[in-house]
Write a protein that binds this ligand. Sequence first.
Ligand SMILES: *[C@@H]1O[C@H](CO)[C@@H](O)[C@H](O)[C@H]1NC(C)=O
Ligand SMILES: *[C@@H]1O[C@H](CO)[C@@H](O)[C@H](O)[C@H]1NC(C)=O
Ligand SMILES: *[C@@H]1O[C@H](CO)[C@@H](O)[C@H](O)[C@H]1NC(C)=O
Ligand SMILES: *[C@@H]1O[C@H](CO)[C@@H](O)[C@H](O)[C@H]1NC(C)=O
Ligand SMILES: *[C@@H]1O[C@H](CO)[C@@H](O)[C@H](O)[C@H]1NC(C)=O
Length: 469
Amino acid sequence: MKVISISTSIIAIIALAQSTLAATTAAPCDPNTCKLPSCLCPSLTPPNGLQPKDVPQFVTITFDDSVQAELLATAKDLLNVKNPNGCAAKGSWYVSMLYTNFALVQQWYANGNEVAEEIAAARAMLNQYGGVPLGKIKGFRAPFLNYTTDTLREIAKQGFQYDTSSTGVLDDNFWPYTLDNGLANDCWNNLCGSDLKLPGVWEIPMYAVNDNAGTAQLMDVYLSGTPSDVTSWSETNFERHYNGNRSPFGIYVHPTHLTNYPGLADMSSQKAAVVSFIQSLASKPDVWFVTNEQLLQWMQNPVPVSQLASQPYMQCTLPNIGKEICNGLENISIASNVVSGNLLNNCNFNTANWGTCFNCPATEPTLDNPTPNNAVSDTDPKFRHAVPNNCDSLWWDPIAGQCLCSNTTCAYNDTSVPLTTITTNGTTASGPGSTPQQTKAESSAVSGMTTALFGIGLSMGVAAAVMAL
Ligand SMILES: *[C@@H]1O[C@H](CO)[C@@H](O)[C@H](O)[C@H]1NC(C)=O
Ligand SMILES: *[C@@H]1O[C@H](CO)[C@@H](O)[C@H](O)[C@H]1NC(C)=O
Ligand SMILES: *[C@@H]1O[C@H](CO)[C@@H](O)[C@H](O)[C@H]1NC(C)=O
Ligand SMILES: *[C@@H]1O[C@H](CO)[C@@H](O)[C@H](O)[C@H]1NC(C)=O
Ligand SMILES: *[C@@H]1O[C@H](CO)[C@@H](O)[C@H](O)[C@H]1NC(C)=O
């Protein structure tokens, strides 16, 4: 910033200073006042002064877009590794609504994985049809990773615990940090140094990897070279984290790209390479595959890796209820991408078919009305009871309307922000700013396999979000 003559108004100087700073630097953060568990400054080194050799090497495997049978099968193949404590690897899914099968969302959740979301409006649907407690929908990733500081303000207002839409490349591969002093990533995009202050809201940067040409790759890196090349530079990048400051390592996947469809390229060798890369990581000591939610549980109270196995959030015991109650753990069958089960309702609409343990809506959900009236009345014998605030859906029998948890071990009290009316005035980048028509055009231009509900563009092929330096 140039020093401006004293006659220039103060206001003008401040405005210039802000816009100059915004393009380049993050706001300062004082670690003496910003302290865990509620505040953490952006830092390349592990929290609380822990030495890299004493911290876990977290690996987060995340999935984007709709949850469908074939895509879930792909995700499960990627997560088919165990953590050092014997529990299965877990992942986070940033769910979009159209073509999502809510019975599978509930299964994903019941098995300890994380359901985050891309769209604020979708909270209602994940809760109503997928039975996911609102308080367990904690994370947000912007469609196309396209967000503004207003997007972050909006998700804070809706009670989200974290955003994971920003990019970290080498110099800004920060450990997750809170937004008390704003963003420290994507500064090139004018997002840093603004007046954004969201105390207690976490940012989990997406950690890019550099390909052979030194180009930072973020999502779907297996699209950027031959499987053996991609594996080779993925390993190099992983080693840099593992032998360096151990900041988390991310594997960010659109499962559609690793799933075979008639008429589209065979992705078997790419998928095999990703699976074997993940398995090679699993064979290293101190590598833990966690959801972003688990990662933040550790961030808030960092313990040495030797104590991680015994942390409550790393356990994997499932309720043993002894019968099927439709809690996401029941037997379901999947054939030709159709999900069925004795206890599931099937909701069929023009553009959406899904199974659910709960009531189908009478009409297809829309942006303005994501959870229309139920197809059956509450006096109908087929009526299903919604998950109440004082019972986790793992323990909830929606047919009997009964909570099968009877002690403090499994007790749950959901204190999240209640479902809010959706902002329709376009104040957020995640809101219904674009029209459904635009969305349709965008996605069908790519693969024709999916469109997004609520006018949010999905990233089937284009959102490989490759960021050139
Ligand atoms: C699921 O099915 C298998 C075999 O079909 C059966 O052994 C198992 O008990 C069933 N699970 C539940 C929870 O009923
Ligand atoms: C808590 O209750 C559940 C079911 O009601 C039961 O499975 C579990 O063993 C109980 N735990 C303890 C510690 O009593
Ligand atoms: C749930 O938590 C809220 C807020 O902390 C508290 O006011 C309420 O009493 C709790 N309810 C139960 C059933 O524990
Ligand atoms: C748009 O929505 C925001 C957030 O709810 C609100 O603060 C603002 O006043 C609204 N603006 C208009 C023009 O309605
Ligand atoms: C990103 O969002 C802005 C509006 O906030 C929009 O103008 C732009 O087209 C979006 N870009 C993509 C790739 O979706």
